[in-house]
Design a protein around this ligand. Structure first.
Ligand code: CU
Length: 535
């Protein structure tokens, strides 16, 4: 581990200046690679905003039923989800963009299911054998002897058996498929599926391989929340485009080692469109927001300054709505929002994130009767008592830099992916994980299979830990924000802080992973296997 730099970090810099994000990102594209054509970035400022309506992903249709792997006499809905190349119109005035999707969609079709109702998905690789984005063969798992195009789909947030979790080494090539079983023994939540192939996840997701799944239950349905056309998924992600409207993925100046530590696009897509608008009625809407970006943290605000309510986090409902004017959402996280447009009839409201324009709501003038409710209480979230923990782990988030302080790789607990497994919680046991962040970045840390709660964040002195492995706090513990008091599967671990989470490892024994959800980090060693031990 290196000395922690206390200079202005790239993320802080980019996040405070959209212009900076644009120029740096564009600069990255203009880095000329050996044998590659230099392409100028798409001039977003020349594009007319709000000319395309917000697309809504299709509902996934089943392809019949198949036997339940746990109870072969019982049949489960079966979905065939083929990954294939596609063209996408991201904007009226941008030529079609080559990307990859599920069943012709990026985001792919939305799977709807209910708690305790299992389903099967055959994730089929119908992609070409060559990748259209720059693979770095120095990245672990993506060596020159590996096939260029490899996929394996993970259902983020699913309590799924290990063999259906999409282990990063379980990738397969074109013409192959894997059928996964999702028992869905979990509360209502917004899950999302995305590629997880070792060493190229960042490229496969950037290419478009992701979509949503909703688990429903009767408790949630009884609350009377907005539903049907009043419930809208908003999958947010940023991209870089060239003048031809094609995806640009930035590369480093070293053609033999193109990996870059972070990617920030100047174009924010919502459900596959650039600057879309959504016509809404003057009533309450429920927005299921997903940050599907490789590395961008969004900070969403409404241009009319109105407040909104967060009613759910990654893995389900909060105990009560939380009023917000700004929503911070990190890659991998989901936020369940209620926006009430009833006092804003006729308004055009723009959603922005820092200096980036995200989308527009056009509120109708026609009076409408709103029968939905924003309940004062939602679903009780019982806090896991710290005393229940049988083990407390100290886990570091670090970065290895070259001589010029350029990040070369990111590490969890200073360990590479291939080292022996060190995190081995027993099934149904409770553990506290202390995430010590030694870097300048916030890392959204995601644990597969389990749900957890955020205990607190507390500043500490890295030097003392380097020297003697001693934790010296430099301030008081900060409790989680009210909208972080629900069930989480991804937590923002901030620089210079120890972020504590508590989890009960319920579900299934077997090998899973935990990792940073900045996909460039995850691909370059910021991911470790962990094993849930059978009793
Ligand atoms: Cu990270």
């Amino acid at each position: 581990m290196r000395q922690r730099r206390r200079k202005w970090s790239r993320r802080e810099f980019l996040s405070t200046s959209g212009m900076a994000a644009t120029s740096i990102a564009a600069g990255q594209i203009r880095v000329k690679r050996k044998g590659s054509v230099e392409r100028a970035p798409l001039a977003l400022e020349n594009l007319e905003k709000f000319v395309d309506s917000l697309p809504i992903a299709a509902l996934a249709r089943t392809s019949g039923k198949r036997p339940d792997p746990e109870h072969p006499g019982h049949l489960l809905p079966f979905y065939h989800m083929a990954m294939s190349p596609m063209l996408q119109k991201v904007h009226r005035d941008v030529p079609p963009t080559r990307c990859w999707g599920f069943r012709g969609g990026s985001p792919g079709p939305t799977i709807e299911t209910r708690s305790d109702e299992g389903l099967l998905v055959e994730w089929a690789n119908h992609l070409p054998t060559e990748h259209f984005l720059p693979i770095d063969h120095n990245v672990h798992g993506a060596e020159k002897d590996k096939p260029a195009v490899r996929v394996v789909t993970h259902m983020h947030g699913a309590k799924a058996p290990a063999k259906s979790d999409g282990y990063p080494e379980d990738w397969y090539v074109a013409g192959k498929s894997a059928t996964y079983h999702y028992p869905n023994r979990q509360e209502s939540a917004h899950l999302w599926y995305h590629d997880h192939a070792l060493g190229i996840t960042r490229l496969n997701v950037y290419a478009g391989l992701f979509g949503s799944m909703f688990v429903r239950d009767s408790f949630e349905e009884a609350l009377g929340l907005p539903k049907g056309r009043y419930e809208v998924t908003l999958a947010l992600y940023d991209r870089l485009f060239d003048t031809e409207g094609q995806l640009s993925y930035p590369v480093s100046p070293d053609p033999d080692s193109p990996w870059v530590p972070e990617v920030f696009g100047d174009a924010v897509l919502v459900n596959g469109k650039l600057f879309p608008y959504l016509e809404v009625e003057a009533c309450k809407y429920r927005f299921r927001v997903l940050n599907a970006a490789n590395g961008r943290f969004f900070r969403l605000v409404l241009s009319n300054g109105q407040e909104f309510h967060q009613i759910g986090s990654d893995l389900g409902l909060l105990s009560a709505p939380v009023e917000l004017k700004t929503l911070s959402i990190a890659p991998g996280e989901r936020c369940d929002l209620i926006i009430d447009f009833s006092r804003h009839a006729g308004e055009k409201i723009v959603v922005t994130s820092d200096s980036l324009v995200v989308m527009q709501f056009r509120v109708s003038n026609i009076p409408v009767e709103d029968t939905s409710v924003l309940p004062k209480q939602l679903r009780p979230v019982a806090r896991i008592a710290e005393g229940e923990a049988v083990k407390t782990r100290i886990l570091t988030l670090g970065e290895k830099d070259d001589m010029a302080a350029n990040p070369m790789m990111m590490l969890l607990n200073n360990a590479h992916w291939s080292l022996p497994i060190t995190e081995t919680p027993a099934l149904d046991s409770v553990e506290i994980w202390n995430l010590l962040n030694f870097t300048d970045d916030s890392h959204p840390v995601h644990l597969h299979m389990v749900r957890f709660q955020v205990l607190d964040r507390r500043p500490f002195e890295p030097e003392d830990y380097y020297k003697g492995g001693k934790i010296v706090y430099t301030g008081v513990a900060v409790p989680p924000a009210p909208n972080e008091m629900g069930w989480k599967d991804t937590v923002q671990a901030h620089p210079g802080m120890i972020t504590r989470i508590i989890a009960k490892f319920e579900g299934y024994p077997g090998r899973y992973v935990w990792h940073c959800h900045i996909l460039e980090h995850e691909d370059n060693e910021m991911m470790r296997p962990y094993t849930v031990l059978a009793p």
